[in-house]
Design a protein around this ligand. Sequence first.
Ligand code: ZN
Length: 455
Amino acid sequence: MFEAAEADAPGQDMHRLITQLYPICRSITGDGLRTTLRIIQEVIPLKIQEVPSGTKVFDWIVPKEWNIRDAFIKNSKGKRVVDFQKSNLHVVSYSQPISAIMSLDDLKPHLFSDPQHPDWVPYRTSYYNEMWGFCLSHRALEALGEDRYEVRIDSSLTDGALSYGECVIPGAVDDEVLISCHVCHPSLCNDNLSGIAVATELARRLVRLRLHYTYRFIFIPGTIGAITWLARNEERLPSIKHGLVAANLGDPGHMHYKRSRRGSAEIDRVVEHVLRRQGEDFTVIDFSPYGYDERQFCSPGINLPVGSLTRTPYDQLREYHSSADNLDLVRASFLAHSLETYWAVIQVLERNRRYLNLQPKCEPQLGRRGLYDLIGGRTDKRQREMALLWVLNLSDGDHCLLDIAERSGLDFQVVADAAAALMRCDLLTPVRDKSAKAEVDNPVVGWRSLTLAER
Ligand code: ZN
C-alpha cells in the first residue's frame, strides 16, 4: 500500500515519541500521566479531562493522586544500591511514602525480583492496597548483604484528580469509531507506549481527512480510566459503532486480534478480512473477560463492539512488565506495520455500506456506460468486471460490501471501487441508514478523499 521509504517515516516518528515518553514515571493518576498527555497534545488536538479523587464511577471510586519525586535504598556507606533516578520501575507504583533505617530482614518483605530473569527489574503496582515496595533485579537482590539500610520513598497520595485525554475527529455522521489505549505504565515500551504511539499517529493522519465516521481516541489509565470514561459517557455509548483497544504494537510478533464479546460484530469481520488479505501470519481469538480495557468495554451492561488488535498478546510476551520491555524491543518497522494494519481496517470501515441495485432485472448493459474507465488501475480488467457483477448481484439491500468481498473472494477495496463506479452511473444507490442523515448528501466525496490520501 505504501512505498517502503514512506512507511518508514511514521515508524520513526512513532519510535521518537516512545523515546520521548519513555523516561516519564506514569501511573494511573499524577503528574507523569499529565505530562504524557501534554506531549501527545503537541501532536494531535487532545482535550485533557480531570476527574476529582473520590468521584464514584460505577462500583469504583477515583483514587487519590499519586506523585513521586525520588526514592532509594542506601547502604551504610551512603551508596544508593536501588535508585529511582536510574529507573522508575524500581518503585512499586502507588507506594506510600517512607523514610526509615532498617535491617535487611525488615527490608526484604518490601523487595520484589524475578528469579526467572535475574537481570530484569520487574514492574509492580499496588493501587488499591496501602503499602510500599521496591523492585530490583534478582542479581541485585542477592548481592545485598547484612547492613543498616536507609530507605526513602518521597511520594505523596493526596486528593487530586484522575487525568485522561480525548481526541475527537468529526466525520459526516455522529456514529463513532472508538480507539482506546492505556497510558498508565512507567518506563515500559511495548506495553503501553507502542499503543499510545500508534493511536497518536493514526489520529494525526485522520485529522487531515474528510471522514464518514466520527473518530474518538481516548488515552486513559488502564481499568479505572476506562471505568471512569464509561461512567461519564453512558449516553454516548449507543453512537459507538466500532472500536479497538490498541496495545503491544511494537514487538516483532505477528498480529493478534481478540474479538469483541459479540463475536461477529462488523469490527470483528472487518479486522479478520484485513488480516486474511495481508497474506501474513495472524491469530484470531475469541473474547475472554481478561486482558486490557476490552474487559470494561465488553462488560455485559456495556457490551460495545470493541475488539483488541495487538501484536504479541501480553501473556505471550517474555519481556512483559519488566525492564526488558524497553526501547530495543520496539522497532520503527513493527510500529509502522501495526499502523498500516489499523489504517487498512479504517479504510474498510469507512467504505462498508449496503446498496440497492437500481436495475435488478437481468444484468444492466455495462459496456456502454464507460464503467471500466471509472475504476482505478489497481486491478486487472477481469477482476474489475467480476467486482461489478458481484456488487450488482448482491446489492439487494441485505448484503454489505464486506459480505460481497468475502463471498466473491475479491479484495474489499476492489469491490468498493466497483460500487463507487456503479453509483456514478446511477446503477446503485446507498441504503439509507436512519442514523446517517449526512451521508447521502455526497457519499462519494468522503470516500474519494480517503482513497486519494492513501495513494
Ligand atoms: Zn501492562
